[in-house]
Design a protein around this ligand. Structure first.
Ligand code: SAH
Length: 227
């Protein structure tokens, strides 16, 4: 009985999150709103933080990493313009929450995480949720997907000093990428479109992500300067 009440409470909080944090702030893509109203965010965070699952902020997921604020997940997803034909590359699997949302909206998600423990945990949760259209890799996502495949959409969920070149290469012409670009403690969320004659980029809003650490990102210990 206790458990049923807890589940109902979380479902209510999820509906409230969609209404108060997403719709009132201007998220209007119905497919994004539907999926955010469906995926149980509480499954992606530790038992100790369950009561905060739908809070309007990021939450710690271990290893010094965070699951993004629901609004930022919705905004990035909406800006990415995902449809059922899209093959999506995600850098920074983390908890797997954003991965799950992309998997519901796209054809196939290819996700790379540098920390094995985070990737394994995300793989377990997605399996439990019966989400099967996701391929996982552990490694440095700034170097791109290992077989050189090209993607319709690319999403980077960690702060980058610039768009990593291998990722720019793996984006198909006509494709879109969403990436936070900037210094360690403040970035600009950018939408990048790859056109036949080059890249077009647009700033969406200010944001703050954990660092993208890799060959075409930041070093683990630096102060936010380019490597
Ligand atoms: N989208 C995630 C947010 C994760 S935070 C979620 O919904 O939970 C960013 C993640 O990017 C962290 O797990 C971090 O380990 C990972 N990361 C940082 N640099 C990376 C890199 N070069 N390649 C792959 N993952 C990276």
């Amino acid at each position: 009985m206790q458990q049923i009440n807890e589940k109902d409470k979380l479902a209510l909080q999820r509906r409230q999150m969609v209404q108060m944090q997403l719709i009132t702030r201007g998220i209007s893509d119905q497919s994004v709103l539907a999926v955010m109203g469906e995926i149980p965010r509480e499954k992606f965070i530790s038992a100790l933080l369950q009561s905060q699952a739908y809070d309007d902020n990021p939450l710690p997921i271990g290893d010094g990493q965070t699951i993004s604020q629901p609004y930022i997940v919705a905004l990035m997803t909406e800006e990415l313009r995902v449809n059922k034909k899209c093959d999506i590359l995600e850098i920074g699997t983390g908890s797997g929450y954003q991965t799950a949302i992309l998997a519901k909206l796209g054809r196939q998600v290819y996700t790379i995480e540098r920390l094995e423990s985070q990737s394994l945990n995300a793989q377990l949760i997605l399996k439990e949720l019966n989400i099967t259209n996701v391929d996982f890799q552990v490694g440095d996502g700034t170097c791109g997907w290992s077989d050189g495949k090209e993607f319709d959409r690319i999403i980077i969920t960690a702060a980058a000093p610039y768009m990593p070149e291998p990722l720019a290469k793996q984006l198909k012409v006509g494709g879109f990428a969403v990436i936070p670009i900037g210094a360690e403690f403040a970035q600009e969320l950018m939408l990048i479109e790859k056109k036949a004659d080059g890249f077009k980029s647009k700033a969406i809003c200010g944001c703050r992500f954990v660092k993208l650490i890799g060959k075409f990102g930041y070093t683990e210990k630096d102060d936010g300067k380019r490597i």
